[in-house]
Design a protein around this ligand. Sequence first.
Ligand code: SAH
Ligand code: SF4
Ligand code: F3S
Length: 440
Amino acid sequence: MKRYHVTTFGCQMNEHDSERLKGMLESLGYAESQDRETADVILFNTCSIREAADNRFVAHLGVARRVKRERPDVVVGVGGCWAQSVKEDVFRQFPFVDVAFGPGQVHKLAEFLTSDSITAQGFFEFEGFTGRLPMHRAREHQAWMQISVGCNLRCSYCIVPSTRGREVSRPLEELIVEAQRLAADGVREVTLLGQNVNSYGRDLRPERRAFSELLTAIDAVPGIDRIRYTSPHPKDMREDVVRAHAELPALCEHIHLPLQSGSSRILKAMRRTYDRERFLDRVALIREHVPDCALTTDIIVGFPGESDRDFAQTLEVVEEVGFDGAFTFVFSPRRGTEAAGITDGVVAHETKVERMERLVEAVQRRAAERAQRFVGRTLDVLVEGPSRTDPSRLRGRTRHNKVVNFAGLARPGEIVPVQITTATSQTLAGDLPLVARAAV
Ligand code: SAH
Ligand code: SF4
Ligand code: F3S
């Protein structure tokens, strides 16, 4: 039997795409190999969001080059956003690559592998959803659902619109059937994926659909106990979606709402289409309807032109909102983006580093403070498996998306009540109450 090996970089959408890639290969009769040395097909699902992502992948490719030298029959394939961003140039930069494909052409890999082609080939059209390919799920009780791909916005720093194309939504009926199938297969939690999930459905014809309609429809699927989504855009965060969090039993009390900057001037240069007031207004709306909602965010420091004052405004928003967590990034100029061409006001490296340190301190301090509200409460935890730091304990997640390490007996996939005893900025710790422990 032939074997494949896939290495995945980048976001959850890429993780999802890799699950489908694996499913497709398995339907062709390939089996997964644990290492590259024994694989007949070596694949990389790449990301290009920041420069560090590119570099990480290039280092891995060196291993593939060596394997290919030793075993020339091995097929080396490069898919994903980096491949899409360089297209045919893949073959010039890395002559040992046999096949390259963008995120919209994963299905073409099957064509390539089943053809007699001996020449290198690249596939870079935007067509087809990976969500329609067979699936090989990494987690038994949790699943990704690709509800849309692509992005119609043009944030000036971002490479994604050029790597994932224009936004296209999958039909609502198709997604309900998928959720039903997942539930029948033991899945309890789904995470809806899209570059801009809350603009879902506006492109659908004959009937436009709203993201909140989709949430309501999936909430009604028996067996799906938890719904998450990522990422929504603040400009499209409307009251119907916020209300859905209060009203739909399965929709979790967590929203990842990317801020990027707390300065309206920088947000404008980023072309984010909202300002600081609008963002804070969205936070107020969320807290009004779902007071206990966890809020996480993405923040970029060192965007060209960011002054001390602009950065101070970002810190102010972090202090004011009190995010439950944040991903923080140093601005990285990406090829072909508007911001990469800005030469005025480039922020010095030391300034970026210093701002990042201050930002991380504020984010973690506020997250740790916020997490104290869980101590003493009993929260529902979806068990994922043994704790990563102490295998005698279990690990799971609350509806707020907080990782909990706890003592007790429970099986992966169970939702159990856990008494929270301590909290840090990142994780919670607790115990299964004795009554619940006796029941399992
Ligand atoms: N579609 C999502 C973002 C996807 S990219 C959204 O609009 O929120 C994930 C995060 O990477 C972004 O939110 C941003 O904070 C960061 N990012 C994207 N491009 C970047 C760049 N060129 N430099 C630094 N960070 C970047
Ligand atoms: Fe990139 Fe902006 Fe689209 Fe997000 S919304 S994928 S940051 S262009
Ligand atoms: Fe990276 Fe593409 Fe995701 S650039 S972050 S893999 S959409």
